[in-house]
Ligand binder design. Sequence first.
Ligand SMILES: Nc1ncnc2c1ncn2[C@@H]1O[C@H](COP(=O)(O)OP(=O)(O)OP(=O)(O)O)[C@@H](O)[C@H]1O
Length: 310
Amino acid sequence: MITVESLSKSYGGFRAVDDVSFTARPGRVTGFLGPNGAGKSTTMRVMVGLTVADAGEVRVTGRRFRELPDPGREVGVLLDASAQHAGRTGREVLTIAALTMGLPRVRVEEMLARVSLTDDEASRRVRNYSLGMRQRLGIATALLGDPEVLILDEPANGLDPAGIRWMRDLLRDFADAGGTVLLSSHLLHEIEVVADDLVVIGNGRIVAGGSKEELLAGAGTLARAADGAALAAALQGAGITARPTSAGAVLAEADLARVGAAAFAAGIALHELRAADGAGLEEMFLTLTAGSQREDAPTHSTRKHEGAAA
Ligand SMILES: Nc1ncnc2c1ncn2[C@@H]1O[C@H](COP(=O)(O)OP(=O)(O)OP(=O)(O)O)[C@@H](O)[C@H]1O
């Protein structure tokens, strides 16, 4: 369990994190979602004691991080996969971490196997690792102490599609075994597939939170017709809040039957009518974080890091 209460952090006069509160629960994968610069990394750094908050506090398994007697065995952390010492081999990185935590060396080999780093790769220096290999090594370090909680900042960066699938399965298994997972991303699709709960942050403030089902249920109905503008106008005429999406459809805040009936009454043939699901979630994400998006146009594939995948 991770509990964040009224957390605030400013840099100079700039409020990077503004009165943020949320909970990440055991047995669930919680996706921490927001555009670049929203405050995700700052919040996570405060969680693990790397940044001091101005106000509020974070409890991990009931205690502040600095009060945990054996933090590596309770919380697995991956904030920056490139922060490992470049001159050490992957196996050395894990061995040092294992020794620090008082774990047997056999655990190192177990973790290398768990993250699919081969013997040859484990013997290479980290400076020669690809970003995806660094992420795998970072995950291995996070899992080393068999923690209850995982805190991962953009863990899918640099992973290829098979690696992203592997990461999802790993996080799912971890949560299904009763663990708490908090993972951040600025890519909605990456989070949408794996997360049970979502916390959306924009401009340092929480703008939405809840289970994915709850958020999807509030996402409405997606309808498409030859003339999207005419459809939106007809739905609005019927008292339904409706707006065109970036993909040329209309997103309506009403159930399927009401939207279908309104289109029928207006003599508009629908090409598509379905629960908004992911499309609605994407619209919701862009709307909720509109004030903090860097681009006016809804660019869905904003990729900060090389190799980041949707
Ligand atoms: N040490 C610092 N000094 C000054 N400003 C900072 C510092 N760290 C973060 N910020 C600012 O705080 C804001 C939030 O940054 P943060 O890294 O938490 O965002 P983020 O949501 O993790 O973004 P991204 O998805 O791009 O990683 C940004 O505007 C950033 O420039």
